[in-house]
Ligand binder design. Sequence first.
Ligand SMILES: [Fe+2]
Ligand SMILES: [Fe+2]
Length: 293
Amino acid sequence: MPRQQITHRKIAEHVARLAELYPPISLDSVDRTILRPDLVAAQFGNVIDYLARVELEVDRNVLELLILLPDVDDTNKTFYSDVWQPQEIQHGLILDRLQQDLGRPAADPHLDMSFKIKILGALASLKPIQEIAKLLYFLTGASTERQAVLAYNQINTGLRAMGETAISETIITPIKQQEPGHFAFYQMSATAMIHDKVLKPWQLFLARVLREKSFNLVGTNNLRQYKADMGGVALDLGLNADLEGYAREIGRVESRLLWAHRQGMDFPPYILKALRESIELYQERIERGLASR
Ligand SMILES: [Fe+2]
Ligand SMILES: [Fe+2]
């Protein structure tokens, strides 16, 4: 069965609906009751720290987007300015306050744009390059938002089991309701680009090469320190129980859109490689006595 055609109108309607249904979550709506801060910190402290930082990096993400896509259209503009940025920054502020309520230091978001982005930005004034950058931007968005959804699901299950209903109901549940809409936006946008054949074969080829070379797990910013943090998060969330299954989940959109010609490729191998690398870096940190489990 062919998938339903995704038109630009449909994407624009999706964005308008998200803006209407999900206003940014206010700090005042949160019930700050924590029954056992020590237990919550022991089990999810690292994960909450990580997510708080990544959510607060949204402002850098917006700058990168403007550099990579200087000719951004109205739908994309409405998405990042009316939906995505206002929602994500509140996620960051709320999680940052939660981690401090748990007795942990405030988040320290990484707000410097990488040199690579600046270079790519300089090239993005060329239309064919910008088209490639746009597809990669959507694929990155789809994969990172999916990672966020899975992480929040996992934390929520754990917090409920611990009886921490205030955090679960007034922080994690409302945040987690907003992430699937972001995922859907990126997925629809990437799918439409492929179905409309926006990219010529040489552009698609380059997109594959670049994706393979530049794939990063959410929030690692291609930096060793954050990759190791991510390894700790992966272990705390129990992802190592089925790393391949997780790679399949977060790589589903790009498997379908970029690698459909590779029969039998369950998920792009670079995703599993990145997961393994993160976990190894975290284990190295434990061996050097800089972290414990
Ligand atoms: Fe978020
Ligand atoms: Fe999101």
